[in-house]
Design a protein around this ligand. Structure first.
Ligand SMILES: CC(C)(COP(=O)(O)OP(=O)(O)OC[C@H]1O[C@@H](n2cnc3c(N)ncnc32)[C@H](O)[C@@H]1OP(=O)(O)O)[C@@H](O)C(=O)NCCC(=O)NCCS
Length: 176
């Protein structure tokens, strides 16, 4: 899937390849990015390769955000199972040198359009965002997500019980 307009960099979403390891390390190895992710900062290309092989490639929806086919970030959407198959978690990150150009917002929108088509039981996407992560909250708000509330000390982030905001978007919600 691609997304182009005259005023912005063309981005595509595609499945990960083992050959993305070096590019993956560019963002997964950067503390400006990993301060807000669940995983710790990657330290080697080998570690990146293992993660791509064991997590990204087998994942039901984990896409590399690309410019000119080079990976500059990721977006994943993980549907739950059984009685919770109506909802899925969304996560994303972008290499710091590309921040502030609207790229994450465009990429996440492309992924949302994809998954509501692909997973027919899905009606709710949810995102859990650290209270400190203003940039990510803004991405979700620009996409029409609803801020449902504050979950106090909901998750251990980098060793500390942390407050998060819960956001959701329903398949019936308007998306800008
Ligand atoms: C969050 C992230 C994906 C945003 O990527 P991006 O391409 O810069 O996002 P966009 O440009 O589409 O939108 C970012 C918005 O946040 C705003 N923003 C960024 N930092 C901000 C801050 N500290 N306070 C307030 N707003 C902020 C930007 O101004 C922009 O809003 P605008 O378009 O109204 O000006 C990127 O910063 C990132 O990878 N962060 C680290 C990983 C992460 O946090 N992942 C999400 C975990 S829930």
């Amino acid at each position: 899937m691609d997304d182009t307009d005259n005023n912005s960099l063309a981005i595509t979403l595609r499945p990960y390849r083992l050959s993305d390891a070096e590019d993956f390390l560019m963002y997964a190895g950067d503390e400006r990015v990993t301060q807000f992710t669940r995983w710790n900062t990657f330290t080697s290309e080998e570690q990146a390769l293992t993660y791509i092989k064991d997590f990204c490639i087998p994942h039901s929806y984990c896409k590399s955000i690309c410019i000119n086919d080079r990976s500059i970030g990721f977006v994943f959407i993980k549907p739950h199972g059984d009685n919770d198959k109506c909802r899925a978690e969304i996560g994303y990150a972008l290499a710091a040198e590309y921040w502030g150009q609207g790229i994450a917002t465009r990429a996440v929108k492309m992924a949302i359009i994809d998954v509501f088509k692909e997973f027919t039981d899905l009606v709710r996407l949810q995102a859990m965002v650290l209270v400190e992560n203003k940039g990510s909250q803004r991405v979700l708000e620009k996409l029409g997500f609803h801020k449902e509330g504050l979950l106090r000390k909901y998750t251990i982030h980098k060793g500390t019980a942390s407050d998060i905001f819960m956001y959701s978007l329903l398949s019936t919600d308007p998306m800008p």
